[in-house]
Design a protein around this ligand. Structure first.
Ligand SMILES: Cc1ncc(COP(=O)(O)O)c(C=O)c1O
Length: 397
């Protein structure tokens, strides 16, 4: 039984004229969460000096967000810092690691384009090399995935950089064994979890990755500008913020100048900023609890998988993975090669459907469907009908 949309759609601020099937790019914030966000902003504007004074509440409010989020992602609150977005968190790590010429950064062919640039930049500055492993598709086993990575590791490999959920292909990478193996070999593990908080269960302590960044504005549905970086305690000393400000201390004496650890204060205090999005993270967590979001998410997963299966019936194209390696609420549906920009525009202008389309290695066009609690079965029908129409599909034999 689908319980989500009728009750939940009115709780979002999305334009009702648009069939919004792209939660994955920037998320969507429910009204009660957005109200809480604006309440923080008003409080800030009423008395900025009092608000931003660490001794008059600010330090403990920042901590409250870390604590609430830490409970959701399975971490110690002091191992988490709030950052603007996952890109910032991952840049902090990439630009802190002391890499040497000839060191290798191992990654996959499914990474987010902006982070590919980050590592290309780091490689250029340090003389390290980026090596890209082709993940065998369809992804059918953790062993195949792990093996592809292990066989590309060399004595020069210093960094393993992996998405936990991939952007173009919406795969849930089975990263645990690869992370463990890399750590045993003394390789830094850096995980891009932009899509994971609020989307899959997380236990960052058990995962054991050295560095993990995640967005709260996507599937956790907090306001934009709320993300975190998790760093294992032992490694926090090597992290340098991208911006040096009042929170930074040369000798890293504890506690830091704003009542957090020296790591937290160095990264979180970046000059004057509006922390309202970060402070709203507990409200987003509460909204999910109040609306039984685990059940909502299960319905969404069913809708996503059923829609992908219907599209596959028409295209005759195999999915990119077995169901267990597909992101629960996001699915990349391969369709026959067509111009992705034109397809995306057609879906929007002719059918009012907002959904991302990409090229995948000149072999397929990917239509990436996100399903969130505000979506309906009728919207899934509309998407299938629109694709059949635009792509001239008839049922595959
Ligand atoms: C896998 C992945 N990594 C990183 C990002 C970057 O997220 P942000 O722009 O919020 O930093 C995205 C954005 O969609 C993503 O899909």
């Amino acid at each position: 039984m689908i319980l989500s949309s009728t009750r939940l759609a009115p709780q979002f601020l999305l334009d009702p004229e648009v069939t919004f099937l792209n939660h994955g790019s920037f998320g969507a914030c429910p009204k009660p969460v957005f109200d809480a966000y604006q309440a923080w902003q008003l409080k800030l504007e009423r008395q900025p000096v009092a608000f931003l004074d660490p001794d008059r509440g600010y330090a403990s409010w920042m901590h409250d967000s870390r604590k609430a989020l830490a409970a959701v992602v399975g971490a110690r609150p002091d191992d988490i810092v709030g950052v603007l977005n996952a890109t910032v968190g991952l840049n902090i790590v990439a630009q802190s690691l002391p890499l040497q010429p000839g060191d290798e950064i191992l990654t996959t062919d499914h990474e987010y384009a902006a982070l590919e640039k980050t590592w290309a930049y780091v490689a250029r500055r340090t003389g390290a090399l980026v090596r890209v492993v082709e993940v065998p598709l369809p992804l059918v086993s953790e062993e195949a995935y792990t093996q592809a990575l292990l066989s590309a590791m060399t004595p020069r490999t210093r960094v393993l950089f992996l998405s936990h959920i991939t952007s173009p292909t919406a795969l849930l990478f089975p990263i645990k064994a690869a992370v463990e193996e890399a750590r045993q070999r003394g390789i830094w593990t850096v995980i891009d979890g932009a899509h994971t908080p609020g989307h899959i269960p997380l236990d960052l302590t058990a995962l054991g990755a050295d560095f993990y960044a995640g967005n709260c504005h996507k599937w956790l549905m907090a306001p934009k500008g709320s993300a975190f970086l998790h760093v294992r305690t032992e490694l926090q000393d090597i992290i340098n913020p991208l911006v040096i400000s009042h929170g930074w201390t040369a000798n890293r004496v504890e506690p830091g100048p704003f009542g957090g650890t020296s790591f937290i204060d160095a990264v979180e205090f970046q000059g004057t900023r509006d922390p309202a999005a970060w402070l709203t993270v507990p409200d987003a967590i509460l909204f999910r609890q109040n609306n039984d979001w685990d059940a909502v998410a299960r319905d969404c997963q069913t809708m996503a998988q059923e829609t992908a299966a219907r599209v596959a019936q028409f295209t005759g194209l195999e999915p990119f993975s077995r169901a267990e390696f597909c992101a629960p609420q996001m699915v990349a549906m391969p369709v026959p090669c067509t111009d992705p920009i034109v397809l995306k525009q057609d879906l929007l202008s002719r059918y009012g459907i907002e959904i991302p389309c990409f090229d995948w290695k000149d072999a397929y066009t990917i239509v990436r469907l996100s399903v969130q609690g505000y979506n309906t079965c009728r919207q899934m029908d509309m998407l299938v009908e629109a694709l059949i129409d635009i792509l001239n599909l008839t049922k595959a034999a």
